[in-house]
Design a protein around this ligand. Structure first.
Ligand SMILES: [Zn+2]
Ligand SMILES: [Zn+2]
Length: 143
């Protein structure tokens, strides 16, 4: 069950620790771009002895090794995402959901042509997510 994550850590010559594994698993299974607090409270349910500092330090290590990445979308708050190639994000202005959008960016191709190496893309779209639209429709039909 954790083999996949053990392999990722070993491939990066990182020590395999339980918080690191739990964080990877959580981010892999929840593509909701959680912040530190959300990751911490989710993992704490299973591991009551886990400290916020450990979660924070593990996130930093995983980030430094480019296994996960952080996004600063809503203000200064860091949101974490498992690294699965570059993708864009759609932010719902109503419920705050951050949804992955798998499209390639034409601007990025241009940048690569200029000889630069893109390591991070921070572009995002804003709008109303499908869920919120459905809710809106429901409201209109009822009223
Ligand atoms: Zn929404
Ligand atoms: Zn993402």
């Amino acid at each position: 069950m954790y083999e996949k994550y053990v392999k990722i850590l070993k491939d990066h010559t990182l020590k395999v620790t339980s918080p690191r594994l739990e964080i990877l698993k959580y981010l892999d299974e929840h593509h909701i771009h959680p912040n530190v607090e959300e990751i911490y409270s989710a993992l704490k349910k299973k591991h009551p002895s886990l400290s916020r500092t450990t979660v924070y330090n593990s996130l930093e290590t995983l980030k430094k090794n480019k296994i996960i990445r952080s996004l600063t979308i809503s203000g200064s708050e860091l949101r974490y995402d498992i690294e699965e190639g570059m993708h864009h994000h759609f932010i719902c202005t109503q419920c705050g959901a951050i949804i992955d959008i798998a499209i390639s960016c034409p601007n990025m191709d241009r940048t690569i042509q200029g000889g630069h190496r893109v390591e991070e893309v921070q572009g995002y779209f804003k709008g109303i997510c499908k869920k919120c639209q459905t809710k809106e429709k429901g409201r209109n039909n009822n009223g």
